[in-house]
Design a protein around this ligand. Structure first.
Ligand code: SAM
Length: 232
């Protein structure tokens, strides 16, 4: 396999693993702050679709009705089909954002309030919300130590105009600049891979092969020992 292919195989392998970002619990203080920002009304029905250890769920105001889903406790959000006023406020699994937004649009009658990674939102997802009648009414950016990048708390409300404008199409660089940039980027990524992964991967493979050979040799030895003892 070429070095280039190995690099992509490594990245794909990482992507196929359980995504640790799906399991990050929100600090309770932050959850409370975000709940306070959400324009929920007394009597509203809130669904915490991904309650984890209840950082949000346990702090919803006592004036609301509420329920929860949590896959690890046997309740799958995507199987909840009753209407609710609000999905959230909560922090969903980041690897399922599109599905989460789509399902939230189906069941929420007033709003959706989610804490996500700032890179998890873009024109297509905002458009999808708008196409389903939800306008973005609040973006709040915050930091949580140990979480990847900045976090974004988004509130989308049914029937409200969006405070966000965007282009759905892609602007393009002039072709010559684009080619130069693409080549420089490939070079940079290759150097990055060599610096950070190549040696580690080679050591890992060498170690794995060594263990395989040791295992085979041990098996052969055991086999010939038992063969000799049967002969005697
Ligand atoms: C990023 S964690 C956040 C948990 C909690 N909302 C918080 O803020 O502390 C996302 C949670 O969603 C749960 N989860 C993942 N897929 C789910 C699904 N389909 N239905 C319900 N819960 C799910 C995970 O087990 C995890 O506990």
């Amino acid at each position: 396999m070429s070095d280039e292919k190995k690099k992509f195989a490594w990245v794909k392998n990482l992507k196929d693993k359980d995504n640790p970002n799906d399991k990050k619990m929100t600090p309770k203080g932050l959850a409370l702050k975000l709940i306070d920002m959400t324009p929920i009304k007394p009597g509203d029905f809130l669904l915490d679709g991904f309650s984890g250890k209840d950082a949000f769920y346990s702090q919803y105001p006592s004036s609301v009705k509420k329920d929860w889903c949590e896959l690890d406790r046997g309740r799958d959000f995507f199987e909840w089909n009753n209407k609710v006023d609000w999905v959230g406020p909560t922090n969903p699994p980041y690897s399922k954002i599109t599905k989460v937004l789509e399902h939230s649009c189906k069941i929420a009658t007033k709003g959706i309030a989610l804490l996500i990674g700032i890179i998890n939102i873009g024109p297509n997802r905002i458009k999808m919300l708008e196409d389903n009648g939800f306008g973005i009414t609040h973006f709040h950016i915050c930091n949580v130590k140990g979480w990847f990048g900045k976090s974004l708390f988004l509130i989308a409300q049914k029937g409200k105009p969006s405070i966000i404008t965007y282009d759905i199409s892609y602007w393009k660089m002039p072709k010559d600049e684009n080619d130069e940039y693409t080549n420089k980027q490939k070079e940079y990524q290759h150097k990055y891979y060599v610096k950070n992964f190549k040696d580690k991967m080679m050591k890992y493979r060498a170690n794995r092969n060594k263990k395989k050979i040791e295992k085979k040799t041990k098996k052969k030895l055991n086999h010939s020992k038992s063969f000799r003892s049967k002969k005697h």
